[in-house]
Design a protein around this ligand. Structure first.
Ligand code: AMP
Length: 399
C-alpha cells in the first residue's frame, strides 16, 4: 500500500496528469511529472517536474528512483522505458496493459480473442493489403493507423468511390511527417501498420470508466454519453443512477467494462469507449487505461473523481464511491475559442452552476484541448443546455 506522503510518478504532463496531481496532492501525496516539454500542465501543479524525452532511459531511471509508484496519463511511452522503470518501482497499470491498449491492432486482437464485441477489422501493411481488406470488410469502412492515432487523427473513411492508393498515402504521409505521432512516428514511418475496420452506423457513443485494484476490487462510474465534433469529444452527459429506469444498456456497458478490466488484469482505471447501435448492441471502439476526457465530469459530479479513483487504485487503497450526485454535463473548450481573443470568462460564469477548468496551456491552437466547463442541474438536458450556453457566451461578439 502506498500511503499519503509518498510520491507518485506520472508519465505524461497534460491535463489528465494535472487533474490527477490535484487529486493526489489533495490527499497528501507528492507528485512528480515526467514530460518532454517544460512548464507542462501537470508540472505546473506537481511537486517536481522532470523534462526529458520518453526514450531517455537514464532520465526515466533517475525519475523512478525518486518516486514510490509510476502511473501514466499518456500511452506512447516506449516499452524500453517502461521496462527500465519497472525494475526500480511498481508501474500501474502494467506495461502489458499499456502496450496492448496503445496499439489498435493488439487492442482489437485482445478484445476479439477474449470474446468482446468489436467491429470487424483487418490488419493492413500496404496498398495491396488495403484493397483486399476493403473487399472483405465492405464499404463504408475506416482505415486507421495502429499506433499514435487520437481524436480522429490518423484515420480515413473509405467509401466505394475512395481512391485506396491515395487513402494509404494520406495516412503514410501523416505518419512520416509526424502530423500523427510526432517525432516517434517519423522514425517508424517505414513500418506503418494500419487497421481497416467496418464503419458502425451507431446511434450513440458511450463510455464507462472502471477502476480495479490489485485485490480485485472493481467499481464502475455511471455510463457517460458522448457527442463528438470533428472526431473530438465535444459534450459529455451523465445521469444520476436510477434516473433512467430501467437502464439495462448502462448496466450492460458497465458489465462489459468490468469484464474487460478483469481480462486485462487492470490495476488502475480504464475507459471503455463503445458504440451503441439502433438495436442497443454495444461494440467496443477503444480502450484507454488512464483518466479519460469523458470522465472529467466526475471531478464535480461524483463522490470520487476518476483522478482520485486512479490514485486509490495504483496506491492499493480502498476504492472510493463513484456515485454521480447530480445530472451533469461537460463541454470541452478547444483552442478555436481563442480565435477572437481571450474568452469572456465572467460571461460563462454568470450562471453560478457553471464550473471552469483550465489546463494552463500557453498556446491555444485550433483543436487543442485548453479546458472544459461542467454544470450540475436538475436534469441532464438542463445541464447540457447550461454548459453549451456558457461556452457560447465565451466568444466575444465583434464591437
Ligand atoms: P477513435 O479515434 O477510434 O476513437 O475515433 C474517433 C471517432 O471517430 C469515434 O469517436 C467515432 O465518432 C468515429 N469512428 C471511429 N471508428 C469508427 C467506426 N468504425 N465506425 C463509425 N465511426 C467511427
Amino acid at each position: 500500500m502506498i500511503l499519503p506522503g509518498k510520491t507518485i510518478g506520472i508519465l505524461g504532463g497534460g491535463q489528465l496528469g494535472r487533474m490527477f496531481a490535484i487529486a493526489a496532492r489533495r490527499m497528501g501525496y507528492r507528485v512528480a511529472a515526467f514530460d518532454p516539454t517544460q512548464d507542462c500542465p501537470t508540472g505546473q501543479v506537481a511537486d517536481l517536474e522532470v523534462n526529458a524525452a520518453y526514450d531517455d532511459i537514464d532520465a526515466a531511471r533517475r525519475f523512478a528512483e525518486q518516486v514510490d509508484v509510476v502511473t501514466f496519463e499518456f500511452e506512447n511511452v516506449p516499452s524500453e522505458t517502461l521496462a527500465a522503470i519497472e525494475k526500480i518501482c511498481p508501474v500501474h497499470p502494467s506495461p502489458f496493459v499499456l502496450e496492448t491498449t496503445r496499439h489498435r491492432l493488439r487492442e482489437k486482437n485482445f478484445l476479439r480473442d477474449n470474446g468482446f464485441p468489436v467491429a470487424d477489422f483487418v490488419e493492413v501493411r500496404n496498398v495491396e493489403d488495403l484493397k483486399q481488406a476493403v473487399a472483405r470488410v465492405g464499404v463504408p469502412c475506416v482505415l486507421k493507423t495502429a499506433s499514435f492515432g487520437y481524436d480522429g487523427k490518423g484515420q480515413v473513411k473509405i467509401e466505394a468511390s475512395t481512391d485506396l492508393g491515395a487513402a494509404w498515402n494520406t495516412l503514410a504521409g501523416a505518419f512520416a511527417t509526424g502530423t500523427v505521432g510526432g517525432e516517434q512516428s517519423r522514425t517508424e514511418a517505414a513500418g506503418l501498420v494500419g487497421v481497416v475496420e467496418s464503419f458502425i452506423r451507431f446511434e450513440r457513443e458511450v463510455s464507462v470508466i472502471v477502476a480495479r485494484t490489485q485485490d480485485e476490487d472493481v467499481r464502475c462510474f455511471e455510463m457517460f454519453e458522448n457527442e463528438h465534433r470533428n472526431h473530438i469529444l465535444d459534450v459529455t452527459t451523465v445521469h444520476k443512477p436510477g434516473a433512467v429506469a430501467p437502464n439495462s444498456l448502462a448496466r450492460a456497458a458497465q458489465e462489459l467494462a468490468t469484464q474487460i478490466a478483469r481480462a486485462i488484469n487492470l490495476v488502475g482505471i480504464l475507459c471503455v469507449e463503445m458504440f451503441v447501435t439502433s438495436d442497443s448492441t454495444l461494440i467496443v471502439n477503444e480502450l484507454a487505461p488512464r483518466p479519460h476526457n469523458s470522465g472529467h465530469v466526475t471531478f464535480d459530479a461524483a463522490v470520487t473523481s476518476q483522478f482520485e479513483q486512479q490514485l486509490r487504485a495504483v496506491c492499493s487503497l480502498p476504492l472510493g464511491d463513484p456515485t454521480i450526485l447530480s445530472p451533469a454535463a461537460m463541454a470541452n473548450l478547444l483552442g478555436d475559442l481563442w480565435q477572437a481573443g481571450e474568452p469572456d470568462w465572467p460571461a460563462a460564469l454568470r450562471d453560478p452552476r457553471v464550473k471552469l477548468h483550465l489546463y494552463g496551456k500557453q498556446h491555444p491552437k485550433p483543436g487543442r484541448k485548453m479546458g472544459h466547463l461542467t454544470a450540475l442541474a436538475s436534469s441532464v438536458d438542463e445541464a447540457r443546455r447550461v454548459v453549451i450556453a456558457a461556452r457560447d457566451a465565451l466568444v466575444r461578439k465583434p464591437g
